[in-house]
Design a protein around this ligand. Structure first.
Ligand code: RRO
Length: 295
C-alpha cells in the first residue's frame, strides 16, 4: 500500500493538520462536536450548512440506513445566525463554515456573520432536495459563479461544494473557479429514493433525498477525475470514502484532500484509523500521487 508523507498541509487556502476533513452535515451542529472530531484526528472540519433564516427541516423520516449507504432528506435544519456562538471558541482552528442561500446576496450575508471566526467558507450549491437552494440553483453555472464571487470577495478561502446530479460537472467547476473559488469539493449526495412496499409510499417524508456512503464512491471518483481535467484549482474528494485505499484512489483521480461523512456514523474513530494506515514519515509526497491516474 502506498503511504503519504506525514505533516500539515494547505489546501484551497486552509491550513489543515492532515488531508482528512470532516464533511458537512455529520456531527457539525455544535462547537463541541466539531472540537471532538478535531481531537479524534480530523485534519479540518466543516460545519452543518448555515442559512439566512433558522430552519427546522423536512418532515420525517429524514434518515434511512441502507446496505452500504445512507439516504437522507434532513431539509437544511440550522439555527442560522445563532450558530456564531458555537464557533467563537473555535476561532483559529481549521473550521470551515458551510453556508447556503437562495441568491448571491444571501450567501454574502451569511458569510459576513463568520468573518474573523471561520478558517474558510464552503458554499453549499449542491443539496439535492431543497427547493430554491442547493442543487436547484447550483446546476446553473451563472448562478454558481455569482454566488462564489460574493463570498470570495471577503478574501477568505472559499470552497464550493458541487452536485453530481448534472450532465457535465466540469462546466459547474469552471464557473466556481471563474467566480474566485479557492477549491472545489466534489461531491454532495446523489438524488435518490426508496419506496416501502408495505405502505406503498416513499420511505422518506420528503419522498426523495440524497444518497451517501460507500455505494456512491465510484460516482464521486468519476466527478473528481472529470474536474481535474476541467479546472486548475484544488479539488477535495467527498463521497463514500472509508479507508486509506479510498483516500489514495481519490488522490490519484485528482483530489488534494478528502472529506469523510457517512463513514463517521459507523466509526467515530475513523480519522485515526485511516491516518494510521495512510501516513508514514518516509511516505510519498502528495504531489507525486494527486492526479497521477491522468498520465
Ligand atoms: O440538510 C440536508 O438535508 C442535506 C444537505 Br444541507 C446537503 O447538502 N446534502 C444532503 O444530502 N442533505
Amino acid at each position: 500500500m502506498i503511504m503519504l508523507q506525514k505533516g500539515s498541509v494547505t489546501v484551497g487556502g486552509v491550513n489543515l493538520e492532515n488531508h482528512l476533513i470532516l464533511a458537512a452535515g455529520v456531527l457539525g451542529t455544535t462547537g463541541a462536536s466539531l472540537a471532538r472530531m478535531l481531537r479524534l484526528g480530523a485534519g479540518g472540519v466543516v460545519t452543518k450548512s448555515i442559512g439566512p433564516q433558522p430552519k427546522s427541516g423536512h418532515a420525517g423520516p429524514c434518515l434511512i440506513p441502507l446496505e452500504g449507504g445512507l439516504l437522507n432528506a434532513m431539509g437544511l435544519p440550522n439555527p442560522s445566525r445563532d450558530f456564531v456562538n458555537e464557533l467563537t471558541p473555535l476561532k483559529d482552528r481549521p473550521v470551515i463554515v458551510s453556508i447556503f442561500g437562495g441568491m448571491p446576496e444571501e450567501f454574502r450575508e451569511v458569510a459576513s456573520w463568520f468573518e474573523g471566526i471561520a478558517a474558510g467558507y464552503e458554499l453549499n450549491l449542491s443539496c439535492p432536495h431543497a427547493e430554491g437552494y442547493g442543487a436547484s440553483i447550483g446546476s446553473d453555472p451563472g448562478v454558481v459563479r455569482a454566488c462564489t464571487e460574493e463570498v470570495a470577495a471577503f478574501g477568505l478561502p472559499t470552497w464550493v461544494k458541487l452536485t453530481p446530479n448534472v450532465t457535465d460537472i466540469g462546466v459547474i467547476g469552471r464557473a466556481a473557479e471563474e467566480g474566485g473559488a479557492t477549491a472545489i469539493v466534489a461531491v454532495n449526495t446523489v438524488r435518490a429514493m426508496r419506496i416501502s412496499i408495505n405502505l406503498r409510499r416513499p420511505v422518506l417524508g420528503n419522498r426523495f433525498g440524497g444518497l451517501s456512503g460507500k455505494m456512491i464512491f465510484p460516482i464521486a471518483l468519476r466527478c473528481v477525475y472529470d474536474l481535474y481535467d476541467a479546472c486548475s484549482i484544488p479539488i477535495i474528494g467527498c463521497g463514500g470514502i472509508s479507508s486509506a485505499e479510498d483516500v489514495i484512489e481519490m488522490m490519484m483521480a485528482g483530489a488534494s484532500a478528502v472529506q469523510i461523512g457517512s463513514a463517521v456514523c459507523d466509526d467515530i474513530g475513523i480519522f485515526e484509523r485511516i491516518g494510521e494506515a495512510l501516513y508514514a514519515d518516509d511516505g510519498s509526497p502528495a504531489g507525486e500521487i494527486v492526479g497521477c491516474a491522468h498520465a
